[in-house]
Design a protein around this ligand. Structure first.
Ligand code: ATP
Ligand code: MG
Length: 421
């Protein structure tokens, strides 16, 4: 065992007062029961950077069972990676038991750890010491522990130095760490976009060799990680990184990296996050998969059954994307509805307006139309403006706007006259 670097936390501005009292309740209870307990990961990193942490995660020497014996209201979750969710007041604190890194055992598969044929870890429940736990984490800056009893930062991996020097470094051999869990590549880009740190050149070198492995990562995890990538207020920066590193191709084979619509949607999402407005991954998936949906609509086009063919096109686009990223049903439904409402918004009919405006996806579909009009399809601008006015108007003015629509003239079949010879 090597001695870790121990840093007086208060000299770095990290005092107990800055930590969520409920997280401290958890660590204090575990320490009182004779276990080690630390805060770890994103919260320590963010506190040292003077940012407000999103959540507070606890790492402990107690096994999940022992954690459940010490804390009153808990739930065991996860299979690949078992953790305990401890409820304190209305807050949930994640408590994970120290784990070993793969190099620390014989590498063979057991009930507690399993790899697939690509070397990807499928299960990771081999418990270990604090030091071992530090080495199994992804980035050095995410492997800093705060010891609330001695009020110290414990650093086994040089993370403190990297944090001070704005460096993103993986613990261990980059190629191995990215191979055993390709999702780490997305995490790396997320932190680069969030913190503006430099990626270690050794990692840069191996990215082209490992990026295709993202296709074999569990589709459900990819959805979670991609949602985090785009919902954290740095979507535009992240999207640029995904394009620069050619990862868009792997995740969204049908999304054009140079799309003005996508860039605008990312910027728009960031603006919404900054204003505290709600954002949903559904909207961004609708934008990312839109070109593929349109292409399929054209392919399937049957002019007399417009709704049926667009519905089939939507299902097909979503089905193929699911092989890579498992978009949960409520979001894929969101995507489909947003798409199918486009035509109804572009050619509104005065009848049935109430149902259209009251549709749960109306607002998303309107936002989507605005983005299309602002970026790639200027001819939609007039209609988009009409909708903006409609929503801002009182009932009388709305009736007038509806009057402008008129009733749709019946289509008369006209014989084409023969061109003059
Ligand atoms: P955020 O601010 O987004 O919560 P975070 O670093 O806390 O960032 P989490 O996903 O909450 O990210 O993960 C908590 C900690 O678990 C990380 O800081 C890291 O130490 C470890 N970790 C998470 N994912 C991985 C992974 N794929 N491989 C290794 N360690 C990981
Ligand atoms: Mg976290």
């Amino acid at each position: 065992m090597t001695e870790p670097l121990r840093i007086d936390a208060s000299s770095e501005g990290l005092t107990r007062e800055r930590i969520d009292s409920r997280a401290l309740e958890v660590t204090d209870a575990l320490v009182a029961a004779g276990y080690e307990a630390y805060l770890v990961g994103g919260c320590v990193r963010d506190l040292l950077l003077g940012k407000d942490p999103k959540d507070f995660d606890v790492a402990t020497s107690a096994t999940p069972q022992q954690v459940q014996d010490v804390l009153p209201r808990t739930r065991l979750i996860g299979r690949r990676f078992q953790i305990v969710h401890a409820r304190v007041g209305r807050e949930i604190i994640e408590v994970s038991t120290f784990r070993k890194s793969p190099e620390d055992d014989d590498g063979g598969d057991t009930d507690l750890r399993r790899h697939d044929s690509n070397g990807v870890i499928l299960r990771d429940n081999l418990f270990g010491t604090l030091e071992e736990d530090a080495f199994r984490r992804d980035l050095t800056i995410n492997a800093l522990y705060y010891d609330p009893t001695n009020e110290q930062i414990v650093d086994h991996v040089g993370g403190f130095d990297d944090l001070k020097n704005d460096r993103l470094r993986l613990i261990g051999v980059p190629k191995l760490r990215l191979t055993e869990d390709p999702v780490r590549l997305l995490r790396l880009l997320r932190f680069k976009a969030k913190l503006g740190f430099e990626i270690d050149p050794e990692i840069e070198d191996v990215i082209p060799e490992v990026q295709d492995l993202l296709q074999v990562a569990a589709p459900a995890r990819l959805f979670d990680e991609i949602s985090k990538l785009f919902m954290n207020g740095r979507a535009a920066a992240t999207w640029n990184l995904l394009c620069d590193y050619d990862i868009v191709n792997v995740l969204f084979p049908c999304a054009p990296p140079d799309s003005a619509l996508i860039a605008a949607a990312m910027a728009n999402t960031d603006a919404r996050v900054a204003e505290g407005k709600p954002v949903t991954p559904g909207f961004l998936f609708a934008v990312l998969l839109w070109p593929d949906f349109l292409a399929r609509c054209h392919e399937l086009a049957e002019p007399d059954k417009p709704l049926e063919f667009s519905s089939r096109a939507a299902d097909e686009t979503l089905r193929l994307q699911q092989h890579i990223i498992a978009v949960p049903r409520r979001f894929s439904q969101f995507v489909k509805e947003t798409w199918l409402l486009q035509q109804r918004l572009i050619q509104p009919k005065s009848k049935g307006m109430g149902t259209l405006v009251g549709h749960p996806r109306f607002r998303a579909a309107y936002d989507f139309l605005l983005l299309r009009a602002e970026t790639e399809e200027e001819h939609l601008k007039e209609r988009a403006d009409w909708w903006t006015r409609y929503q801002e108007s009182d009932e009388d003015a709305q009736a007038q706007l509806r009057g402008q629509l008129g009733t749709k003239p019946r289509r008369r079949r006209r014989r084409r006259s023969k061109p003059a010879q």
